[in-house]
Unconditional design. Structure first.
Ligand code: PGA
Length: 249
């Protein structure tokens, strides 16, 4: 089976902590108006919690789905400030990022916690987008594969059944928000390394997105790589036209 053929392209916007009701309305209107240029690609946006209701209603019927940027690993209970996957599932949430490097770095999220969050999402019928990636220092030291393997270990340990309900996103930390992008070949090498591990577990069809300063101008060359199945887009997802051009690439 040629798994490249069964892996539909996926482009997800990560709005991070940006937006107001007014700016979101303009962005969402732009996305809905322009989405017809996108073919054979799943498209989604992950917005801050307070705006999910706005995103959900504005995107209804557009073919663009929506998700959260994080979830709790707990289903409910005394966890002030947390939001559970059960709650998000209640609103029809389709995706959630887990383990974004900003959460790992700024909030000390461990590899195991990220895997636990992925499990929680799957239980609620939400597809976790598990983010992994090495820092600049780790890359310089030639430790990329070692770091990726360590981050992936508790996720791969969940087994084929769970893995088949996930998406992975390779985001080298040094490329996030910096304007530096991994070259298509650098990204492909890491994606192929991840794909080999998925194949060993019998799930080569799991989609692997690339993230880190993806723009319309570099999307075509990244998407030309055989193991890059789409993109997780930060800054460029805040401009409707740019985001749609990436998805159309
Ligand atoms: P960027 O962010 O596209 O702004 O580099 C990507 C991400 O953090 O998901």
């Amino acid at each position: 089976m040629n798994t490249a053929l069964v892996r539909k392209r996926l482009v997800i916007g990560n709005w991070k902590m940006h937006g107001t009701r007014a700016s979101n309305a303009a962005l969402l209107t732009g996305l809905c108006a322009g989405v017809a240029v996108v073919h054979d690609c799943d498209l989604a946006v992950c917005a801050p919690f307070p705006y999910l209701a706005q995103v959900s209603s504005s995107l209804a019927g557009s073919g663009i789905s929506w998700g959260a940027q994080d979830i709790s690993k707990h289903e409910h209970g005394a966890y002030t400030g947390e939001v559970s996957s059960t709650m998000l599932g209640d609103f029809g949430c389709k995706w959630t990022l887990v383990g974004h490097s900003e959460r790992r770095t700024l909030h000390g999220e461990s590899d195991q916690l990220v895997a636990d969050k992925a499990v929680s999402a799957i239980k609620a019928g939400i597809t976790p987008v598990v983010c992994i990636g090495e820092t600049f220092a780790e890359q310089e030291a030639g430790r990329t594969n070692e770091v990726i393997s360590r981050q992936l270990a508790p996720v791969l340990a969940l087994g084929a059944q769970s893995l088949s309900q996930m998406v992975l996103a390779y985001e080298p930390v040094w490329a996030i928000g910096t304007g530096l992008t991994a070259t298509p070949q650098q990204a492909q090498d890491v994606h192929a390394f991840i794909r080999a591990q998925l194949s060993e577990l019998g799930v080569p069809q799991v989609r692997i997105l690339y993230g880190g300063s993806v723009k319309a101008s570099n999307a075509v060359s990244l998407f030309a790589m055989s193991d890059i199945d789409g993109a997780l887009v930060g800054g460029a997802s805040l401009v409707a036209e740019e985001f749609l051009r990436i998805a159309a690439a």
